[in-house]
Design a protein around this ligand. Structure first.
Ligand SMILES: [Ca+2]
Length: 363
């Protein structure tokens, strides 16, 4: 009898311990708290977007110096290119809802129809001038004059390359209702978010929703996998495992195609890569389109940002874009990669998604 009792106790101890281990493993290194009574998924009233609840808690943001150096070496990048991802640091975020998918053309159409906001188009002369100024300020070259020749040449080039993506007769290119909207600048994205009763994600919110809490490089794990996302590899139909290989493909194959041909094979319908979802179930956080974040870009922000709910720098010249896009190789699709862009220009690889505070889900 004593032996039986002893065995039962051992069994309870073993199974009890397993349970605790499983729970800890699920939570990872940083416990995450789902706000009580809040649904894990909602559908936003205005744009009918599905949104996913990201729990409150800490996560690993950025890359360690070693990770950045190793990645530069592996992909044949210039030393220091990924410096802005460092240092890796722990960030606490309150819970928030994030769009499960990038904002689509169909959703953007509803916004345009209801508000009269301009449709995605080739950047205007004023926007090009503003972009030059943003870029000059970012590089500390403010004193240099921008010539009419430069501006006109840029407008000509942008018109040639971006026209196939521009909306015509008030609507998006045919057959692309479920593709992410592109050619939207930061102000357009902001206007949409306001209309939808949402806001653009901070860089920190975006990164947590993409990589979870454990510091992985991609939404699915640590290893690059071109079959899980829409990157240049899909278009090239071959692996592009170094920057040099990607540039060769770009110069020798992609650039030789007519702009209209290029535009036909770029974005894919949102949610096309189920196996590329993040651990929270958010789609296309790697690839398809780069996504505007709320933050100004500061290359050193990771070194001095607040540890709780970092709101982004108070000012800056360019805005942050995250996640990589259809025309880039895998290193730019890493969840830590920090891209920046003049807020006045919306390119063909640039779109966005929105977030909403937990306290604001009744709208
Ligand atoms: Ca994306």
């Amino acid at each position: 009898m004593k032996i039986q009792l002893f065995s039962i106790i051992i069994v309870i101890l073993i199974f009890g311990n397993c349970g605790r281990e499983n729970q800890q493993a699920k939570q990872g290194r940083f416990p995450q708290i789902y706000p009580q009574g809040m649904p894990k998924k909602i559908v936003a009233k205005k744009d009918k977007a599905e949104m996913i609840l990201i729990p409150a808690g800490e996560f690993l943001m950025g890359s360690t110096k070693k990770e950045a150096r190793d990645t530069e070496e592996k992909w044949g990048l210039k030393e220091g290119l990924l410096e802005s991802e460092t240092p890796q640091h722990i960030v606490y975020l309150d819970a928030f809802y994030i769009d499960k998918y990038e904002v689509t053309n169909a959703q953007y159409q509803k916004f345009v129809d209801e508000t009269g906001h301009r449709v995605p188009a080739v950047p205007t002369k004023e926007e090009v001038i503003a972009a030059f100024q943003s870029e000059r300020s970012e590089l500390g070259e403010e004193s240099e004059e921008i010539s009419d020749l430069q501006i006109n040449a840029t407008i000509q080039e942008l018109t040639k390359t971006l026209s196939p993506w521009a909306w015509k007769d008030g609507t998006y290119p045919p057959g692309k209702s479920h593709h992410p909207v592109v050619l939207v600048n930061w102000y357009d994205a902001q206007a949409y978010a306001n209309w939808a009763g949402k806001r653009l994600p901070t860089e920190a919110e975006w990164e947590k929703a993409a990589r979870g809490t454990d510091g992985r490089f991609y939404p699915w794990g640590n290893d690059w996998d071109g079959t899980r996302c829409n990157s240049a590899e899909r278009i090239a139909q071959k692996p592009l495992l170094t920057l040099q290989a990607a540039l060769r493909w770009f110069d020798d194959e992609w650039k030789t195609l007519a702009p209209i041909k290029r535009s036909q094979n770029t974005t894919v319908p949102v949610g096309s890569y189920r196996k590329g979802r993040s651990s929270y179930g958010v789609h296309d956080m790697a690839g398809n389109v780069f996504e505007w974040c709320a933050d100004w870009y500061d290359k050193d922000y990771h070194s001095h940002s607040p540890k709780q709910n970092p709101p982004g720098p108070k000012n800056g010249n360019t805005r942050v874009l995250r996640g990589g896009s259809w025309n880039y190789p895998g290193f730019k699709l890493r969840s830590t990669y920090r891209n920046r862009h003049a807020p006045s220009i919306g390119g063909s690889p640039n779109g966005f998604r929105c977030v909403r505070d937990v306290s604001n889900i009744s709208e």
